[in-house]
Each structure stands twice: as structure tokens, then as C-alpha cells.
Design a binder for this molecule. Structure first.
Ligand SMILES: [Cu+2]
Length: 330
């Protein structure tokens, strides 16, 4: 086996990032319907995987597995710990386990196994949801079922962190410095707060030691009375301000909107570069392209909502990822 030494070296280089079966998605918004993708990077001690079983946690409702060519799909249903209100119909049970069997995934190969479902709107931001997985091979298993959350366990269960969704408040989202590493897909999802819908929220990467950054989004007021974005806050800067760009003589300047930004009834207001924007004042660390930053907005009537802003390129004019409806703030 002249390839053996090379394969061993590659395994060392690949390191721990490839050692475990994990979920591609790092975060999902409470109340959102989300695709969960289990990534299987190797077999059981070098053996090929023939079966993959994924256990779905309480709070992940109305799940549907994606079939895979070459694999037989089977599912197990069970009672939900908390009934789920699916558009007015109470669901007390649903899919709890998905098994893909009869396949053949060599240990040197890679594959993905997908389930779509809805995270309960009541799940507190910062909650970690575990999706225990078990790979079965001819003579052994690779087990990813430890849900203790402890570091350095040999078999951590794949997991995803819930972030604020509809009607959520911005307290205790548990993300230390407010940066969320990894996937920012959830940031493109519309966020609703009463009659307000917020889409396309993004910021832009900053240079080291930059003191400020902009925050942008589209806010639609579907209600019958005006509301007002009065303030915003985040963990990554000293404070935030609501700004507009306005002509001062013949110079375009930005200035703070002391009374906030009105969102008229039935209208859409877009915060975008060169126009209205949020301003991060006194950045504590650079914003990094590809990450997200959590911001809590306060509206005069609708209250508070926390949402992730996806951080685009330093000169981004629109969000890098578009929502399901394809709106961009341009
Ligand atoms: Cu500004």
C-alpha cells in the first residue's frame, strides 16, 4: 500500500475540523424552517459506512427527510415533548428519527444527509440543539451521540445554535462578543416583529482599528400605524446610532437622527449605503467578511428584536445572501 503514508499525512493535516460528523449549518432562527445537513467525513475505523441514523431533537418539528440515491430511507415517528402549532393545527407527534441504509460510503469519501424541519418559535436564543448521529459499518460504528456539550469528548453530537427569530428579545443570546462564526444563511431569512418585516440585513467588513461601521436592512411596515426605529445596540461596539445622509451645503454628510427613523404604515424603508443606516460607534473589533454580527433593534411601538447582520465585503452595497423572496436592499 504505497499510498498509506500519504493518506496518514493528509489525515493529520485535515485535523479536528474533519474528524467528526457535524452539521453544515451553525445557526438557525427560532421559528424558521431550516435545512439540516449532516456531513459525514469518514467511516468507522477505516470501514465503509452502510447506514446513517439521525435523531431529531424536541423542538424540531414537521421534519421531512431528503431521500438519497443508493440509500434506503426509513423513518420513526414519535410524540413531541411540546405540541407544535402548525398554522392552527396542533401536531402532537412527528418524525423523530431518520435512517439512510443500504448505502456504501467508503471511509475516504464524503457525503451529506439532509432533513428539513421547523425550529419552534418558543426556543430561547442561544439554545444548542443536538442531532445525535450514528454511522454503522460492517463491523463497527462511528457514534456521534454525546449531547453533554462538554469539550473534548470523543463523540460529540452534531449541533446547531438557535438565534432570535420572530418576536424574540435580545437578551442572553449567549454569543460572547456578538460575532457568530460559520454559516450566515440564517441572516438572510426575513425577521418579523409584529407588523414589521426586516429583510436583507447586512454590514460590511472593516479594516483593523476602524472605529465605525454601517448596518443596513429593509424594513416593511405591514401595519396600519407608523412605527419608528428609535435605537439599536450590539455587543461589538460601544453604542449604535441611527443615521441619515444629507446635504450640508454641497457636501454629503451623515448625521444622527435624534428622533429615530419613521417607518410609515404600509411602506418600506431601506437602510443602505449612501442613505439611512445604522452606525456602529466605537467598534471593539473588526467586522470580518463571512461572519455575522447580532444587533438588537428597538422600535417605538413594536418593541425589540434581535437579528444577525451578515458581514459582506468592505465595499458591499447589498447583502451577500438573498432571502427566499429574493429581495435585496438596492
Ligand atoms: Cu453614519
Amino acid at each position: 500500500m504505497k499510498h498509506f503514508a500519504l493518506a496518514g499525512a493528509f489525515a493529520l493535516l485535515a485535523g479536528s475540523a474533519f474528524a467528526h460528523s457535524t452539521l453544515e449549518q451553525k445557526e438557525a432562527a427560532a421559528g424558521s424552517t431550516t435545512k439540516i445537513t449532516l456531513r459525514v467525513p469518514h467511516g468507522c475505523n477505516g470501514e465503509a459506512t452502510h447506514t446513517v441514523r439521525l435523531t431529531l431533537p424536541d423542538g424540531f418539528y414537521a421534519a421531512k427527510p431528503m431521500p438519497k440515491a443508493g440509500w434506503e430511507l426509513s423513518t420513526a415517528k414519535g410524540a413531541y415533548a411540546t405540541p407544535y402549532n402548525n398554522h392552527g393545527t396542533e401536531m402532537t407527534e412527528g418524525l423523530r428519527e431518520v435512517t439512510w441504509s443500504g448505502g456504501h460510503l467508503e471511509s475516504d469519501w464524503y457525503d451529506e444527509f439532509t432533513v428539513r424541519g421547523t425550529f419552534g418559535a418558543e426556543i430561547a436564543p442561544g439554545t444548542v440543539m443536538y442531532f445525535p448521529a450514528l454511522q454503522t459499518c460492517a463491523n463497527g460504528v462511528a457514534d456521534w451521540t454525546d449531547v453533554s456539550g462538554a469539550h473534548n469528548v470523543a463523540n460529540p453530537a452534531p449541533k446547531i445554535t438557535i438565534v432570535a427569530g420572530d418576536m424574540a428579545h435580545g437578551h442572553g443570546h449567549g454569543q460572547g462578543n456578538g460575532h457568530d462564526h460559520g454559516s450566515d444563511h440564517s441572516s438572510a431569512a426575513p425577521v418579523t416583529l409584529g407588523p414589521l418585516e426586516i429583510t436583507g440585513a447586512f454590514s460590511r467588513a472593516t479594516l483593523p482599528n476602524a472605529p465605525v461601521a454601517g448596518g443596513f436592512m429593509t424594513i416593511t411596515n405591514t401595519g396600519e400605524s407608523a412605527d419608528r426605529l428609535v435605537s439599536a445596540r450590539t455587543d461589538v461596539s460601544d453604542h449604535m446610532e441611527v443615521h441619515e445622509m444629507a446635504m450640508n451645503g454641497d457636501v454629503m454628510q451623515m448625521r444622527e437622527l435624534a428622533d429615530g427613523l419613521e417607518i410609515p404604515a404600509g411602506e418600506t424603508v431601506t437602510l443602505k449605503p449612501g442613505s439611512f443606516h445604522l452606525m456602529f460607534m466605537g467598534l471593539k473589533a473588526p467586522l470580518v467578511e463571512g461572519e455575522t454580527v447580532m444587533v438588537t433593534l428597538t422600535f417605538e411601538h413594536a418593541g425589540e428584536v434581535s437579528l444577525p447582520l451578515s458581514i459582506g465585503a468592505i465595499n458591499a452595497k447589498t447583502p451577500a445572501h438573498h432571502g427566499d423572496h429574493g429581495h435585496a436592499s438596492n
